[in-house]
Design a protein around this ligand. Structure first.
Ligand code: CP
Length: 299
């Protein structure tokens, strides 16, 4: 890691906070921890709040087990059981929780809520998914790319589908460490311009020569009211074998899950030999262990 985290406390809100050097160090540390999962207990005596205002399978389990494997205690909080759901402010929530725990991780809708908690908190705050960002997913995906290809700089990653929070975090976090990210989405579903990001409406153009082709759900949490329009607009963006064939030799399929086989990805790709999707799901835990080790009590 760099000598000091650029923010104090060491928040992880968009995933760009550690800088390129810090992200690369976290990826390498995650790979070390994957090889020796019970080798260190830096969270001995520490409690970590995990707040879920939206459903989760991977993030919930990977964070809770990560904290346990690092020797700490996870305090898992459902949003609807907290005073947050009855109008207590994010600011007051951050002030109170940081008197009890060594880090606060939260999954919620609004990035502003996470920022308000972070502004009030004296301990690190981790974004476990907002409408705008999913930085822990991007960090875990870099671990998968590094263990698949042996390097990150110069890799080409094509994201096909809705220009959503996962696409944005990949553009920001993977882009920072030299991965060339292209996002292919139809009009109305495209990401805003970001440094280094290539945007197209043509999935074949994005996939051509890519080392990894990435899909995500077409109807994310909160998008249910527009499901029919989304399924129609995004239908040409399915990750199938034909799209994967356009990639570079050895190209792999990625998906952050949960998947909808037959929509954004075919079952043949999801369960086939060219995917690294189930490794992605596992690598969330190793990446988050590296992150927690680095930021809890870091400053
Ligand atoms: N990829 C991901 O964040 O999965 P969950 O929604 O199950 O946590």
């Amino acid at each position: 890691m760099p000598d000091s985290w650029p923010t104090a406390p060491a928040h992880f809100l968009t995933g760009t906070e550690p800088g390129a050097e810090g992200i690369l160090a976290l990826v390498d540390r995650a790979i070390e921890l994957k090889a020796a999962p019970l080798s260190v207990r830096p969270l001995e005596g520490a409690s970590i709040a995990l707040i879920f205002e939206k459903p989760s399978t991977r993030t919930r389990v990977s964070f809770e087990v990560a904290v346990t494997e690092l020797g700490g205690h996870a305090v898992v909080l459902r949003g609807d059981e907290m005073q947050l759901s009855r109008g207590e402010s994010p600011r007051d929530t951050g002030l109170v929780l940081s008197r009890h725990v060594e880090a606060i991780a939260i999954r919620t809708h609004s990035d502003e809520v996470v920022s308000a908690i972070a502004s009030a908190s004296s301990v690190p705050v981790i974004n476990m998914l907002t409408d705008g960002h999913h930085p822990c997913q991007a960090l875990g995906d870099l671990v998968t790319l590094k263990e698949t290809f042996g390097h990150l700089d110069g890799l080409k990653l094509a994201f096909v589908g809705d220009g959503n929070n996962v696409a944005r975090s990949l553009a920001l976090v993977a882009g920072l460490v030299g991965v060339q990210v292209t996002v292919a989405s139809p009009s109305g579903y495209q990401l805003e311009p970001l440094p280094g990001l290539v945007i197209t409406d043509d999935p074949a153009e994005a996939a051509m020569g890519a080392d990894a082709i990435y899909a995500d759900a077409w109807v994310s949490m909160g998008d249910e009211a527009t499901a029919a329009q989304r399924l129609s607009a995004l239908a040409p963006y399915c990750l199938d074998d034909a799209l994967l064939d356009l990639g570079a030799p050895g190209a792999v399929a990625l998906h952050c899950l949960p998947a909808h086989p037959g929509q954004e990805i075919t079952p043949e790709v999801l369960y086939g030999s060219r995917q690294r999707i189930w490794d992605q799901a596992e690598n969330r835990r190793h990446a988050q262990k590296a992150l927690l080790e680095a930021i809890v009590r870091a400053v």
